[in-house]
Ligand binder design. Structure first.
Ligand SMILES: *Cc1c(COP(=O)(O)O)cnc(C)c1O
Length: 385
């Protein structure tokens, strides 16, 4: 089976992990800060806090903004459930903003309209989480302007988008947001097996994130309620979690970070081959926003109504042919856990229409031209009348 995504692991990656296993520290050693500093430098942020997943990263990002009961968090329905669940972890209410069908990202105009209504009703969101779907940044200038005028905080879910740029700035620089979250799950652009990172330029948020990652404990005497009893002394200053990244994960992530540009370039070369060779079929190809450069985590086609096969039939056919296509995403509001909170079919029509046609084709740095040609041939034959 040709998968839709997978990691690329080099001998240097393996050596980096094995070296850690032979070292003194398997956790809380030098690798995590080294990975954090390298990632912060790469994306142009002042601070980076590594954790054990992007899900944890989203959670502590919300915690650091004091999101809680009575507050609202808004995100896009076209994402993985973690983008919304972080709001529920905090006891907040979650709502969604429909997508722009072309970019498949949160639509800034829909956000503006919904904010205007919410202001009249006195239920403006405290936090909005735009998701850079498929690796292509949302219109962050527009979302940042709305954040200024309506007074909410922005957490970018850039789980798909490490290595992407927007408006000549790397995603993660937080030019229009409080924080940015990355994922290092193996299907993403670079991996640490499991892992995530939050970047920010705000030192106060950085300190809160570091506390929340590790039990709310600090060893910084300036932040204690009393002078330390002795060198062993620490204080728990808030309620945190154990969301720490291990040294093996950080060593792998740091080693992978060195390959980031090569991985993203490889994805661009492959996506350009799809763009060229799939033209003319009854499918909608992804739109590439000229305002930035996508990290191309996903290459999603939408099967048009007029196609000979519908989405389900084409999906089944490709799987039967050994091509591990996938679907990103089932709209979050239609998941039973969210439907039970009052959401229903028809609430976010653009995300639902997109979902009905979407198929993610295989795309990863090590995808061979021969395997990609097979994907193209199977797809073309299936759709040709
Ligand atoms: C993968 C993903 C997450 C969760 O990442 P983990 O590191 O697996 O927790 C969150 N949001 C989006 C958009 C994702 O694709």
């Amino acid at each position: 089976m040709i998968p839709y995504g997978r990691q690329s692991i080099s001998d240097a990656d393996i050596k980096a992990v094995v070296d850690v296993l032979r070292s003194d520290f398997l956790t809380q050693g030098p690798q995590v800060p080294a990975f954090e500093q390298a990632l912060a430098a790469r994306v142009g942020a002042l601070h980076a806090i590594a954790v054990n997943s992007a899900t944890s990263a989203l959670h502590i990002a919300c915690v650091s903004l004091d999101l809680g009961p009575g507050d609202w968090l808004w995100t896009t329905p076209n994402s993985f459930v973690a983008s919304a669940n972080c709001g529920l972890y905090c006891g907040a209410e979650v709502d969604f903003v429909d997508i722009d069908p072309r970019s498949r990202n949160m639509c800034p105009e829909a956000l503006h309209r919904k904010l205007t209504v919410a202001r009249d009703e006195g239920r403006l969101p405290k936090v909005v989480i735009p998701v850079h779907f498929s690796g292509q940044s949302c219109d962050m200038a527009a979302i940042g302007r709305l954040a200024e005028s309506f007074g909410f905080k922005v957490i970018e879910d850039a789980s798909h988008a490490i290595g992407a740029d927007w408006g000549n700035r790397p995603v993660g620089a937080c030019a229009h947001s409080a924080m940015t979250v990355f994922s290092f799950h193996p299907v993403k652009i670079i991996t640490s097996a499991e892992g995530g990172m939050v970047t920010t330029n705000d030192p106060l948020l950085a300190a809160r994130l570091a506390d929340a990652r590790s039990h709310g404990i600090t060893r910084d005497a300036d932040r204690m309620s009393q002078p330390p009893d002795g060198p062993w002394y620490y204080e728990q200053v808030s309620l945190g979690y154990n969301y720490r990244m291990t040294e093996m994960q950080a060593a792998l992530g740091l080693s992978q970070l060195g390959e980031l540009d090569r991985f993203v370039d490889a994805r661009h070369r492959l996506a350009a081959r799809y763009d060229e060779r799939l033209r003319g079929l009854p499918i909608t190809l992804p739109w590439h926003d000229p305002t930035g450069r996508s990290a191309l985590h996903l290459y999603v086609i939408e099967v048009e109504e007029a196609a000979r096969l519908d989405r389900r039939a084409l999906f089944d056919h490709m799987r039967a042919e050994g091509i591990g296509v996938n679907v990103h995403y089932i709209p979050i509001h239609l998941q039973p856990h969210y439907a039970a909170r009052g959401f229903k079919s028809g609430d976010f029509p653009a995300a639902e229409a997109y979902y009905r046609g979407a198929i993610s084709l295989p795309l990863y740095a090590d995808l061979s031209d021969a395997d990609q040609d097979r994907v193209i041939a199977v797809l073309t034959k299936a759709l040709a009348a």
